[in-house]
Write a protein of this length. Structure first.
Length: 115
């Protein structure tokens, strides 16, 4: 009997690379940062300066010293909310059409468009 591998599901994310977001849950709650990368397969995003993990790296060559590297770990997209720099407030996102007929993202609280 052969095992059937489940197909990867790509989830629709409400944030894109370069968006400014606020963390709404977890140990970094309240922090604001920029989205560095997104992963639709796991519904996770990497936010600058948030969810910092330290890793001890062994020396690779002789004479080289080991080091401690800190980097951002992914956080689930449901724990981030789009953030308005002008109004200094986090808001849910809705999709509307602009004057040209393009579909754009808009912040519900402030009414400002993102795209």
């Amino acid at each position: 009997m052969t095992k059937v591998k489940p197909t990867a599901v790509r989830h629709k994310l409400h944030v894109k690379k370069g968006d400014t977001v606020q963390i709404i849950a977890g140990s970094d709650k309240g922090k604001v940062g920029e989205v560095l990368q997104t992963n639709p397969k796991t519904s996770k995003v990497v936010v600058k300066g948030v969810n910092i993990r330290t890793k001890h790296v062994k020396p690779q060559q002789e004479g080289e010293s080991g080091q401690i590297v800190s980097s951002e770990a992914p956080i689930h997209s449901s724990n981030v909310m789009l953030y308005s720099e002008k109004q200094k407030v986090a808001s849910r996102v809705c999709y509307t059409f602009d004057a040209d007929g393009r579909k754009v993202r808009m912040l519900k609280k402030t009414g400002e468009t993102i795209d």
